[in-house]
Design a protein. Structure first.
Length: 237
């Protein structure tokens, strides 16, 4: 398979149905029908949208959350900086994903920085409205319990990968992750891609060159095209 990358509260609204993937075998995705919750419906109808330029900060570490974000367009990264200013990517979020909910649920400050990787549009709802839904709508509560569990699992996998994965596996995993976040093509800086992979920029560039020679990817004008996703996935096993 070829994939492109570039480095109401109205009760009737609850009846909206959407297909949700259960698992991907690599050749076919099996799905089931689930009911769309009130929060998803609200965000889909929400016209209160904030627009961010590339590299513009969405929220800063230490700030108190006052709203929940929902990404309508673009890609957002969250990261922390060490004492030397080096970035550690803590998350990559794409269209249709929520942002900033951990601090809201923990009733604490943001523990990282959120920045638009490219032009982005984020819908927002106030903190008190979100908290009201969490208390009164079981679908919304279950959604964010699942998201928190997923976050923990992904962070564990990230730490294990940074500690034990080979350079090639780190880069392959970063490419596959990004392929899930972008719809058509991704153009991401080599520095950002290196930070996601947890490696030095020079090592990343060298590994991308190897992948290109092996016809796993193609690179043209900053755009990365995954030619053999199956072979990249085998590196992760």
């Amino acid at each position: 398979m070829k994939r492109l990358l570039v480095v109401n509260n109205n009760n009737e609204s609850h009846k909206v149905m959407e297909a949700m993937p259960i698992f991907d075998t690599g050749t076919a995705t099996y799905s089931r029908k689930v009911q769309s919750d009130r929060l998803t419906t609200l965000f889909n109808l929400n016209t209160n949208v904030n627009k961010y330029k590339k590299k513009e900060v969405i929220y800063a570490e230490g700030n108190h959350p006052v709203q929940l974000y929902f990404i309508k367009k673009g890609i957002v990264k969250t990261y922390k900086c060490n004492s030397e200013g080096k970035e550690l990517i803590t998350g990559i979020y794409g269209e249709g994903e929520y942002l900033g909910y951990v601090a809201l649920l923990e009733e604490t400050v943001y523990k990282d920085i959120a920045v638009a990787v490219e032009y982005a549009e984020l819908a927002v709802i106030p903190k008190d409205e979100f908290e009201g839904m969490m208390e009164t709508d079981w679908q919304v509560a279950r959604k964010f319990i699942n998201l928190l569990a997923k976050d923990i699992a992904e962070k564990e996998q990230l730490l294990l990968g940074l500690a034990y994965n080979s350079l090639r596996k780190k880069v392959a995993e970063a490419l596959i992750l990004l392929s899930r976040k972008y719809k058509d093509a991704i153009k991401i800086s080599r520095d950002n891609l290196a930070a996601i992979a947890g490696t030095a920029t020079e090592s990343l560039i060298r590994t991308l060159g190897e992948f290109r020679q092996e016809k796993l990817i193609d690179i043209s004008e900053g755009y990365i095209t995954i030619i053999n996703e199956g072979k990249l996935k085998t590196m992760l096993n």
